[in-house]
Design a protein around this ligand. Structure first.
Ligand SMILES: Nc1ncnc2c1ncn2[C@@H]1O[C@H](COP(=O)(O)OP(=O)(O)OP(=O)(O)O)[C@@H](O)[C@H]1O
Ligand SMILES: [Mg+2]
Length: 354
């Protein structure tokens, strides 16, 4: 089980001061054409490494260095090329075999429920944005809390021994719930809490600012999972009325694309939650659909719809490039996300005793 000693051993000492090397840590001045003045401007905007640069849109880079889009695009491309040269990113044109090989190396985080893991063919993937949407109380925040514990577990227990950035936009992050889930899963709650960096986003601009500083957190704290609970709430609250719809969708689009790029460049899993719109005129079928419109629907890699049925929860894979559209049942209990007792009791025993 995760203990302080094990984690410290793995980290070779201090949790945050470890000197890292490798493609993810290559600083921007290593790129040809980036002198001290530009480096300073980039650093001020939170762009410290070549990977940070590759994870930004040309518009963001243009804003940071005060250049036109063309110059910024060249710099972003140079950053990508450097990462390709270092074998960190793939070439523009690669064989399907190569992609297949690379996809096998994608890491997965267990959700805490075997059924829900099965829906994802093994767990939440890194290099992807997974969206959970559903009505209030369906369990989206519970899934996020459970993932905070699961990602810190060792590989054999479904984790990645990584840490978490939790972007809380609805003020629903509860450390007490983390402690409860950690204890129920036999982990040291203090170690688990230490592995979660919480960023409270007060409005959509603040949410975007937090996102722009993500690279630093990922690097310094060995983050493997980023949660945004919820991605859309601030945008919905701030942009009211038809007249503001296009600006809202543009801003949301930028934010969602920043999530997708960060997932790929930093090899992390990103989980975003989303509310549903009630359409009261619908009496038959499911009277709900996700907010955020096409922007969120088209940028998320995987979309899962959660609904309540009595005490159980049902998760349906709604959109995935390769999973079939199907449903599984899970429950919420002291362990957070869990399997219903009749299906999962023997498996759950295995997990807690190993
Ligand atoms: N300690 C617990 N043990 C068991 N179930 C719990 C516990 N804490 C919360 N729950 C369940 O989780 C539900 C709330 O789920 P959650 O907060 O994840 O909903 P949500 O989908 O995030 O809703 P919203 O859209 O309002 O954010 C509660 O109604 C309760 O059923
Ligand atoms: Mg919630």
């Amino acid at each position: 089980m995760t203990s302080k000693e094990e984690k410290e051993q793995d980290d070779e000492g201090s949790f945050s001061s470890k000197k890292q090397s490798g493609p993810l840590y290559l600083e921007v001045e290593e790129l040809e054409g980036i002198g001290p003045a530009m480096k300073a401007k980039l650093n001020t905007a939170g762009i410290v490494t070549v990977a940070d640069l590759a994870s930004k849109s040309p518009t963001e880079v243009a804003d940071a260095i005060g250049s036109d889009i063309q110059r910024a695009t060249e710099i972003c491309e140079k950053a990508r090329e450097k990462l390709v040269e270092m074998n960190y990113l793939g070439e523009n044109f690669v064989s399907a075999t190569e992609i297949y090989k690379r996809r096998k190396a994608i890491d997965r985080i267990s959700t805490g429920s075997r059924n829900l893991d099965d829906l994802f063919a093994g767990g939440i993937e890194t290099q992807a944005v997974t969206e959970f949407y559903g009505e209030f109380g369906s369990g989206k925040t519970q899934i996020c809390h459970t993932l905070c514990v699961m990602v810190q577990q060792p590989l054999e227990l479904g984790g990645l021994r990584g840490n978490v950035v939790y972007i809380d936009t609805e003020n629903t992050f509860r450390p007490e719930r983390i402690v409860g889930i950690a204890e129920a899963r036999g982990c040291d709650p203090q170690v688990i809490l230490d592995g979660i960096i919480v960023a409270k986003a007060y409005n959509s601009s603040h949410q975007e600012l937090i996102m722009s500083e993500l690279g630093k957190q990922v690097r310094e704290h060995e983050v493997k999972l980023v949660i945004v609970d919820s991605a859309v709430a601030h945008y919905r609250a701030e942009f009211l009325g038809r007249g503001t719809l296009s600006e809202r969708q543009q801003r949301l689009n930028k934010f969602m694309h920043a999530l997708v790029r960060a997932a790929e460049i930093y090899n992390i899993a990103i989980v975003a939650t989303n509310q549903v719109l009630s359409t009261p005129d619908t009496f038959f079928g499911d009277p709900t659909r996700a907010t955020g419109g096409h922007v969120v629907a088209h940028t998320s890699t995987y979309r899962v719809y959660i609904r309540k049925t009595g005490k159980n929860r049902v998760a349906r894979m709604v959109d995935s490039p390769y999973h079939a559209e199907r449903e599984v049942v899970f429950i919420l209990d002291e362990k957070g996300v869990d399997d219903p007792p009749e299906e999962g009791s023997s498996r759950r025993k295995q997990v807690t005793t190993s």
